[in-house]
Design a binder for this molecule. Structure first.
Ligand code: GDP
Ligand code: MN
Length: 353
């Protein structure tokens, strides 16, 4: 392999590459995976499904990032499965380490004190770097800088239906900026001071984001009392299809810098999901955030199945709508999103409620 650039460790035209097909129109977009070498077989499963259900018809690039170099085996096996270009990037050290203003002793004590508590990943150091990377840096990676849209893909995901229409094209043509499939309540003990810290930032900006009527934003998705408190609803960011321009601007940058300075990535365990959710619900117009009700997605505890009987047939779905998590779980916020936002409900949703 050849060092194209300092942070691009490999660039592979896969054996099954079809990206030259000029009959296919694509957006300037990429599939994007952050993962570890040890997750090779789990990510192969995700890639195989998404290539079969979607990318085999479009051949988008797939960008893999890691804070350690990917192994030759990882590169060989993943690139063999991708039908677009496969690109492998190294995360710069300063995007995966402690900023100078963090007291690392204090951070360590906090992690150790949480070892036996019920805080999910409360004692993990790498998880915190991952959440900070997904909040502050992924869109700044030199490889990612080449794209306008990304689709985040993790290991351990399932897609139960064909994805017939190109979601990137859908976002662009409909002026949508952020798309998700599942939303749910965050664990309060991971973000004790996130809402207060966020409010300080938006108040200082002197925006009117806490006036939902005037701004036509989704404040009422993330707060049940007009912004007084956070209701913990967040777009589940392990699936995300979005326009990268929502990150590459002063308001977003100022927000995540403000959060970083407050130290909550390390002294608490702030996730990138509530962070993305808070700022985009406040800053974007509600029409710009889209719930992909016809992408059947599953990850760990939650799965969706399109509430559209005709579509399920057309898209060769293997999911049972009765087992959809999003209309059954107390923790899910999708129905709330459909209630307070401007997205239309799927055709047969009411039938399954
Ligand atoms: P969960 O979905 O919140 O349980 O978190 P995951 O363990 O799935 O991590 C989220 C994403 O970040 C997945 O794509 C992981 O592969 C990736 N990830 C998590 N920790 C690390 C890490 O230490 N290094 C790298 N390179 N990727 C990581
Ligand atoms: Mn995950």
């Amino acid at each position: 392999s050849q060092p194209w650039a300092r942070y691009e460790i490999d660039r592979v035209i896969p054996p099954k590459y079809k990206g030259n097909d000029a009959t296919i129109s694509r957006e300037n977009a990429t599939l994007f995976t952050l993962c570890r070498n040890s997750e090779l077989y789990e990510i192969l499963d995700s890639i195989q499904q998404l290539e079969t259900r979607f990318n085999g018809n479009f051949h988008y690039d797939w960008v893999f990032l890691n804070e350690e170099p990917f192994s030759p085996e990882f590169i060989e096996l993943t690139s063999n499965m991708v039908s677009g270009r496969a690109r492998y990037g190294l995360i710069p050290r300063k995007h995966w380490s402690y900023p100078p203003f963090i007291d690392q002793e204090r951070a360590k004590e906090i992690r150790e004190s949480r070892k036996w508590s019920a805080i999910t990943y409360g004692s993990s150091e790498s998880y915190r770097h991952m959440c900070r990377f997904n909040s502050l840096f992924f869109y700044k990676h030199p490889i990612m800088e080449e794209y306008d849209y990304y689709w985040r893909v993790e290991p351990h995901v399932n897609f139960a239906c064909d994805i017939i229409d190109d979601p990137f094209k859908f976002l662009k043509e409909n002026k949508k900026k952020y798309g998700f499939t599942i939303s749910m309540r965050e664990l309060p003990n991971t973000i004790e001071s996130l809402w207060a810290t966020s409010k300080l930032y938006f108040k200082k900006l002197a925006t009117n984001v806490f006036d939902a009527e005037q701004t036509h934003n989704l404040l009422n998705f993330i707060s049940d009392d007009g912004g007084e408190s956070y209701n913990y609803c967040h777009y589940w960011t392990n699936f995300e299809i979005a326009d990268l321009s929502i990150y590459r601007n002063d308001i977003y940058e100022g927000y995540v810098q403000h959060l970083d300075q407050a130290g909550g990535f390390f002294y608490e365990r702030w996730g990138d999901a509530p962070i993305h959710s808070i700022i985009f619900s406040l800053i974007l117009d509600m029409d710009e955030i889209f719930l992909f009700q016809n992408i059947s997605y599953e990850h760990t505890v939650a799965k969706t199945c399109p509430m559209n009987d005709a579509f399920r047939k057309e898209a060769k779905c293997i999911c049972n709508p009765v087992e959809d998590w999003t209309i059954r779980s107390e923790s899910c916020c999708n129905l709330k999103f459909l209630e307070v936002g401007s997205c239309e409900k799927n055709t047969d949703l009411d039938k399954y409620l």
